[in-house]
Design a protein around this ligand. Structure first.
Ligand code: AMP
Ligand code: MG
Length: 496
C-alpha cells in the first residue's frame, strides 16, 4: 500500500496521526441500522498523482492542512490510506432507474466520513471511483479519469452559477487501466456533499419492511437537513413539503441555465436538494426544449423540458415510502400527502416565471410582463437561438451576432422589452447578475477533457474552469460563443 513513508520513523508516524486528527472526522451515518451501509476501505491504485485540487474548497472545509502536506493528501484522496480516525463505508440505496426499481448502493464510492466546514455545516467526504464494494454488482468499482474530471468541472460550474450542488475537492489520476469502450486512465474524485441520502435510500429502506429502520432513517435525515420539522405536529408532512420545495427550486435553477441532468433516476436525487451524480449531464445550446444528450435516454425521459415532470414523479416515489409513517390508515395517509402534489405544477411555474422575468431584468412584475416573457419563449421555440446568449445578449450585444437575432420578430420583441425596461433602475447590472455569459459549452468541455485525460495537458481545463467559476463576469471574446456547428448530435455516455 502506498502511504506516507509507512513503517518508518517515529516522526513520520506521529505526523500522520496528527494529520488524521485534523480532519475531525465523524461518522454519524453509522448510527443507522447496519443494513444501510457496509464498512470497507477503498482499493489502492498504483502511482497516484494529485491531478487537480480545489484549494478554495479545502479552506471552506477546514482542510487547508492538506495544502501543506501534499503526500499525505495524495495518499488519502487516492484511497490508498484511510485516516485512523474514521471508519469508511459504502451506502446502501435503491432507485427507480428509467422507471424501474432496482437495488443499488455505492458500487464504486466510499465515504471516508463527515466533517464540519467553516460554516459549521456537516459534509460527507466521499471517494468516487475508489474500488469495489459489496454493492458493486458486476461493475469494476472504478471510474475513468475523463468522467471524474467531467464531474469536477461541471459541479464547480454549477457552484459558480449559484446552483445547489455537491462539490469536488480533488481528482487523483492513476495509469491503472479502466476498461470501457476503450482503455482509460483511472480517476478518483473526492466528492463533498451535504449528505448522500437519496430518494432511493428511502425507497430501499421502505422495501426492507421494517418500520423501525424507516423511522430511524427519517429522523436521522430530518435532523441532518430539516431539523425545523421536528417541532412540527406532523414532521413527516412538513419534511416532504420542504424536500419538494427544495427540488422545485433546484430544477428551476437547472432550467434557468439550460442544464440537463440526463439521468434523473431516484437514486440520483438528493434529499438535501443538491444536484448530484454528474453522469451524462450537459448544457443546452440552441433552444430545443426536447434536447437529450444522454446516449442511454432513448425515449427522452429526462429531456430538458421533462425535468419538472420527472422531479415530481421522483418525489411521489419518496412520498410513497413515508405513507406508513404519515398515518396507520393507508387511505388517510394518501389523503394527507396528496395536497403536497396538487399545487406542484403551479409552484414550479411560479418560480419559473420569477426566474425568467429576472433574466429579463424584471423583479417587480407588472401587467403584461408575463405575456412579454411568453412572447420571447414562443419566438425562441421557433427560431431556436442560443439559450444563454439570448438573455445575456440583451445587455452584452456582441452576443447577439448570430443572424437569428437580427430577425424582425426578435427586433420587434426587443423594442417592446426596451420600453418596459427603460424605467427599471440599473437593469443592466441585474441582467449581468442573472444571466451567465459563460456556461460549460459541450465542445469546450470535450476539448478540455480530452487534452487533460489523454495528453496530460491541464491548461485548457484550468482556463475553462477559471471562467466557469465566475460565469457572470463580462468576457469580451472567446468562449462565450455557441458552438460553430449545432451540437444537436452531441451525445454523452454513461460508460464512465
Ligand atoms: P449512476 O448511473 O452513476 O448513478 O450509477 C448507478 C448505480 O451503478 C450506482 O449504484 C453506482 O454505484 C453503480 N455503478 C456505476 N458504475 C459502476 C462501476 N464502474 N462499478 C460498480 N458500480 C457502478
Ligand atoms: Mg448515481
Amino acid at each position: 500500500m502506498f502511504s506516507v513513508g509507512c513503517g518508518c520513523f517515529y516522526g513520520v508516524f506521529c505526523l500522520m496521526n496528527q494529520l488524521d486528527e485534523k480532519w475531525k472526522f465523524e461518522t454519524s451515518y453509522l448510527n443507522l441500522p447496519k443494513e444501510l451501509y457496509a464498512l470497507g476501505t477503498p482499493s489502492e491504485v498504483n502511482d497516484p498523482e494529485l491531478f487537480i485540487f480545489n484549494a478554495q474548497l479545502a479552506n471552506h472545509l477546514n482542510l487547508d492542512f492538506l495544502n501543506q502536506h501534499n503526500q499525505y493528501a495524495l495518499s488519502v484522496l487516492s484511497g490508498n490510506y484511510v485516516p485512523s480516525t474514521t471508519s469508511s463505508f459504502a451506502q446502501a440505496y435503491g432507485g427507480h432507474q428509467f422507471g424501474y426499481f432496482n437495488v443499488l448502493g455505492d458500487g464504486r464510492a466510499t465515504v471516508l466520513g463527515e466533517i464540519k466546514g467553516i460554516d459549521d455545516e456537516r459534509y460527507d467526504i466521499q471517494l468516487k471511483g475508489a474500488g469495489k464494494t459489496p454493492y458493486s454488482r458486476r461493475g469494476d468499482g472504478r471510474a475513468t479519469l475523463y468522467s471524474m474530471l467531467r464531474e469536477y468541472l461541471i459541479s464547480e460550474a454549477m457552484a459558480g452559477l449559484g446552483i445547489s450542488t455537491t462539490r469536488s475537492l480533488a481528482v487523483v489520476k492513476s495509469d491503472d487501466p479502466v476498461y470501457r469502450e476503450k482503455i482509460h486512465a483511472t480517476g478518483v474524485l473526492t466528492r463533498v456533499a451535504s449528505s448522500h441520502i437519496r430518494v432511493g435510500t428511502f425507497e430501499l429502506v421502505a422495501r426492507m419492511g421494517n418500520p423501525v429502520f424507516l423511522k430511524k432513517l427519517f429522523y436521522y435525515t430530518a435532523e441532518r437537513h430539516y431539523p425545523e420539522v421536528l417541532d412540527d405536529d406532523n414532521p413527516i408532512l412538513t419534511f416532504l413539503s420542504l424536500v419538494i420545495k427544495n427540488q422545485i427550486h433546484l430544477v428551476n435553477d437547472w432550467m434557468r441555465v439550460g442544464f440537463i441532468h440526463g439521468v434523473m433516476n431516484t437514486d440520483n436525487m438528493s434529499i438535501a436538494g443538491e444536484t448530484i451524480d454528474y453522469g451524462p449531464c450537459a448544457f443546452m445550446n440552441a433552444f430545443y426544449p426536447d434536447t437529450v444528450f444522454s446516449s442511454i435516454d432513448e425515449r427522452g425521459r429526462y429531456a430538458y423540458s421533462n425535468q419538472p415532470k420527472m422531479a415530481k414523479w421522483n418525489l411521489m416515489r419518496l412520498a410513497e415510502t413515508l405513507l406508513s409513517l404519515v398515518h396507520n390508515d393507508a387511505d388517510q395517509a394518501v389523503k394527507l400527502v396528496q395536497p403536497l402534489f396538487d399545487d406542484f405544477d403551479e409552484q414550479f411555474n411560479k418560480i419559473w416565471k420569477v426566474n425568467h422575468l429576472a433574466k429579463l431584468g424584471i423583479i417587480l412584475e407588472q401587467d403584461g410582463d408575463e405575456e412579454l416573457l411568453n412572447e420571447l419563449i414562443r419566438w425562441m421555440e421557433i427560431a431556436k437561438p442560443d439559450f444563454t446568449n439570448t438573455f445575456r445578449g440583451l445587455v452584452d450585444p456582441h452576443l447577439h451576432v448570430d443572424e437569428v437575432f437580427q430577425s424582425p420578430d426578435f427586433q420587434f420583441w426587443k423594442e417592446k422589452w426596451q420600453k418596459r425596461i427603460a424605467s427599471v433602475d440599473r437593469y443592466e447590472e441585474l441582467l449581468r447578475e442573472k444571466n451567465p455569459s459563460v456556461i460549460p459549452r459541450n465542445h469546450l468541455v470535450e476539448e478540455a477533457l480530452i487534452e487533460a485525460s489523454e495528453s496530460d495537458n491541464l491548461k485548457p481545463f484550468n482556463e475553462l474552469l477559471e471562467k466557469l467559476q465566475r460565469p457572470f463576469e463580462f468576457y469580451k471574446s472567446g468562449i462565450y460563443q455557441s458552438p460553430p456547428l449545432s451540437d444537436l448530435g452531441y451525445q454523452t455516455f454513461c460508460g464512465t
